[in-house]
Design a protein around this ligand. Structure first.
Ligand code: SAH
Length: 220
């Protein structure tokens, strides 16, 4: 399946990608450094190694995609994840974003709806030596067992912000989620204040695969 071979070629391509991300406005050093060291090609089918370091989303099977590097960087930067923080990701997919959050020092929890993708990501992260707690289920319900989370990131396009995620967000926590219709979503940042009030800011438009489940889109 994936190619674990890592060489000069990959490192060079990754450096060029990091420069592109910098030019597109990503400035968080910890995000850029994490993405510079993680072999994104290992999260894709080995036939597509040459696509791994282009700033593009890519098919990972099961009708799902590994997010575009710029999108991963944008969400990770907006999170302002500090080492040691508990972070919940909805939509494990390939496991790439999990690896980024883990290298940034987060204590990572991630939920994937699709059983095949869940098992594959679990095996791969394990093999590559990245630490994250993974589960298979409906992420719109959050993961109450380990709540509250300092940071929550949703990597699929939502019709609205699931209430369980707001509930499971810690005081002074940040939730990053793309919300919109099935084609385009606005990146939202929700910050929970000391008095439990929610402050909401909107950023640029993205195009994610749909967030399914109870508090997501109904299955197509
Ligand atoms: N973060 C991923 C990109 C994931 S694409 C990566 O780095 O590769 C979005 C993923 O969200 C898909 O794998 C899809 O199966 C998953 N998904 C959709 N609805 C979900 C839900 N309700 N709970 C958990 N995962 C969900």
């Amino acid at each position: 399946m994936s190619s674990f071979i890592e060489g000069y070629k990959h490192r060079g391509m990754r450096r060029a990608l990091i420069q592109q991300l910098y030019h597109k406005g990503i400035r968080d050093e910890r995000v850029l450094r994490a993405m510079e060291q993680i072999p994104r090609h290992a999260f894709m089918d080995s036939a597509f190694v040459n696509h791994a370091y282009q700033d593009k989303a890519f098919q990972i099977g099961e009708g799902q995609t590994i997010s575009q590097p710029y999108t991963v960087a944008f969400q990770s930067e907006l999170l302002q994840l500090e080492p040691g923080m508990k972070v919940l990701e909805i939509g494990t997919g390939s496991g790439y974003q999990c690896a980024v959050l883990s290298v940034m020092g987060g204590q990572v929890y991630s939920i994937e709806y699709n059983q095949i993708l869940h098992s594959r990501a679990k095996e791969l992260l394990n093999k590559l030596g990245y630490t994250a707690q993974l589960t298979c289920g409906d992420g719109t319900e959050g993961w109450a067992l380990h709540a509250p989370y300092d940071r929550i990131v949703v990597t699929a396009g939502a019709p609205r912000v699931p209430t369980a995620l707001i509930e499971q967000l810690a005081t002074n926590g940040r939730l990053v989620i793309p919300v919109g219709d099935r084609n385009r979503q606005e990146m939202l940042l929700l910050e929970k204040g000391d008095d439990e009030t929610i402050q909401r800011s909107a950023y640029e438009l993205f195009s994610f695969v749909p967030l399914l489940g109870q508090d997501g889109w109904v299955q197509p």
